[in-house]
Design a protein around this ligand. Structure first.
Ligand code: NAP
Ligand code: COA
Length: 259
């Protein structure tokens, strides 16, 4: 679909790049010519992911990172620049989530998800800024959110609030940093099959089939659908796109509103 050099010469840092949607984005970016740094807490899983990318001919490295820790995030960004020479694309994909009605959610449960999703995204954007500003391709930030952050998400108030915060942060930075040549966008995936997110939210509670029916297309999306959107936004194809929230959800959002 994309030519093999669509992201040639670019360097991307993908948080949560060791699994699921993040790994699919990293693998696709590497196939299209980018060098990728994978960040997450589970080093073994990160190493295995990087190995699968390098075995396929891509350039990949890993940096163990807890995105809740600003110093670790900053260190990972500096390691990326030392290793690959620049940082052109930041993908804030790392997230934590669990179903818990709000009345039973502890303050630490709330804080944990806000810390990973919202604070982790802010830390990444903040620490990456000077490097993205220096990018010869024009810097690019993509954060993975969900339209459930816009509609509200009964049973996951922490994640809904964090994702809504990321949307507001991204739109703010699109304006603040547009003059620095940095584009800032979000992607809102719908339910994507074969992911930890869908397992936790729907499969484990027996709601998988119902969730598929809630999409206009009547099925789960593929990780590749999200990776394709992330290529578009990161490449020259999306050179005039900033402050956007690209919805890749099989019509889940519209059907939710309509019914
Ligand atoms: P996943 O495989 O569980 O991905 C989450 C990643 O975040 C993991 O690789 C995890 O790695 C990393 N992570 C979690 N806490 C972290 C921390 N404190 N520091 C650094 N990394 C951390 O789940 P996924 O379903 O692919 O979700 C990926 C993204 O898509 C998330 O932002 C999610 O909200 C979004 N999304 C998913 C769906 C879906 O249908 N799956 C729908 C809408 C939005 P470690 O455990 O190694 O840290
Ligand atoms: N229901 C209610 N509360 C829960 C919970 C659940 N299913 N899972 C965790 N919590 C609470 C814990 O009880 C704790 O609060 P407490 O100290 O008041 O008891 C708090 O959340 C932190 O839990 P802990 O297990 O210490 O956090 P962690 O930092 O080890 O892990 C999570 C973070 C909880 C988000 C974990 O699920 C995770 O690592 N997720 C990453 C993968 C993921 O969520 N993927 C889907 C992305 S959409």
């Amino acid at each position: 679909m994309f030519t093999h050099d669509t992201l040639q010469g670019r360097v991307a840092l993908i948080t949560g790049g060791g699994s699921g949607i993040g790994l699919e984005i990293a693998t696709t970016y590497a196939r299209l010519g980018a060098s990728v740094m994978l960040a997450g807490r589970n080093e073994e899983r990160l190493q295995a992911a990087a190995q699968s990318i390098t075995q396929a001919g891509g350039a990949a490295a890993v940096c163990k990172t807890d995105v809740r820790n600003y110093d670790e995030v900053k260190h990972t960004i500096e390691t990326t620049v030392d290793r690959f020479g620049s940082l052109d694309i930041l993908v804030n994909n790392a997230a934590g989530n669990f179903i818990c009605p709000t009345a039973g959610l502890t303050p630490n449960g709330w804080r944990t998800v806000i810390d990973i999703d919202l604070n982790g995204t802010f830390y990444g954007c903040h620490a990456a800024y000077p490097h993205l500003k220096a990018s010869t391709h024009g810097g690019c930030i993509i954060s993975i959110i969900t339209m459930l952050g816009v509609s509200g998400w009964p049973g996951a108030a922490h994640a809904a609030s964090a994702k809504a915060g990321i949307l507001a942060l991204s739109r703010t930075l699109a304006v603040e940093w547009g003059g620095d040549g940095i584009r800032v966008n979000t992607i809102s995936p719908g339910p994507i099959g074969d992911t930890e997110g869908v397992k936790r939210m729907y499969i484990d509670s027996g709601l998988g089939e119902l969730e598929e029916k809630k999409t206009a297309l009547g099925r789960f999306g593929r990780k590749q659908d999200i990776a394709n959107a992330a290529v578009y936004l990161a490449s020259d194809l999306g050179a005039y796109v900033t402050g956007d929230n690209l919805i890749v959800d099989g019509g889940r959002w519209l059907k939710y509103v309509a019914q």
